[in-house]
Design a protein around this ligand. Structure first.
Ligand SMILES: Nc1nc2c(ncn2[C@@H]2O[C@H](COP(=O)(O)OP(=O)(O)OP(=O)(O)O)[C@@H](O)[C@H]2O)c(=O)[nH]1
Length: 224
């Protein structure tokens, strides 16, 4: 039984009317709902970085276009789903938001392996969050797939007057790691947020020389 049809039927039968024959229902309600086209494939993206750098805020800005001035610190991991269309393909993104607090590392590390993309975030106004990057890179080396695309993000760009990490420092850090991209963002001002996720997805897709879709999963075929 397809539950989408089930829900549509129940909605049409609701309100005390006599189902499809009720004149109160417009022609549109009587028409059979067309189910949305299923995603061509699914990708997992994980967001890591020190406590309070804005990981949850970036995820929520991207998925719901919301911003919370005083969010609660993430406990363990949380996730959101967003479907995007890119290169003619419908891609269902599962975005994992991890806790920045070290005591959750044993939980969060379990989510690295399946990620095709990793967003590493620091706060441009907090020196220690930039210094922590070495620690996050060690986590990536230890737990993530070697094929994962990496994107370094300096967040809170709206706090330019409090900046302590220059853009050049961020660029230099990223340039030392093979294939790592870099950008600065503001979850608060919604600056570069969509770009972070869409660029990462585009990189994941374009990195694969030849791919085909089997059972909603991306299958990489090694070139000769
Ligand atoms: N000014 C400014 N504040 C931000 C931005 N992004 C997040 N914040 C604020 O920074 C604080 C921490 O944001 P979170 O998104 O919870 O940070 P986090 O990295 O998920 O934190 P943990 O879950 O503790 O690891 C909150 O008060 C946010 O409102 C931003 O782009 N600009």
């Amino acid at each position: 039984m397809d539950h989408r049809y089930d829900i549509a039927r129940r909605a049409a039968a609701g309100g005390g009317g006599s189902g499809n024959s009720s004149p109160a229902l417009g022609a549109q309600s009587r028409r059979r709902k067309v189910p949305p086209r299923p995603a061509d494939f699914k990708l997992q993206i994980i967001i890591i970085g020190a406590r309070g750098v804005g990981k949850t805020s970036l995820m929520e800005r991207f998925t719901d276009d919301t911003f919370c001035e005083s969010c609660k610190s993430t406990v363990g991991v949380d996730f959101k789903i967003k479907t995007v269309e890119l290169r003619g393909k419908k891609i269902r993104l599962q975005i994992w938001d991890t806790a920045g607090q070290e005591r959750f590392n044993s939980i969060t590390s379990a989510y690295y392996r399946g990620a095709k993309g990793i967003v590493i975030v620091y706060d441009i106004t907090k020196q220690e969050t930039f210094e922590d990057l070495a620690k996050w890179m060690k986590m990536i080396d230890k737990y993530a797939s070697e094929e994962a695309e990496l994107l370094l993000v300096g967040n809170k760009l709206d706090c330019e007057s409090d900046r302590v990490i220059s853009k050049q420092q961020g660029e230099r850090f990223a340039s030392r790691i093979s294939g790592m991209r870099f950008c600065e963002s503001s979850a608060k001002d919604n600056f570069n947020v969509d770009e972070i996720f869409l660029k990462l997805v585009d990189d994941i897709i374009s990195k694969v020389n030849l791919f085909k879709f089997i059972s909603n999963k991306i299958v990489i075929i090694q070139p000769d």
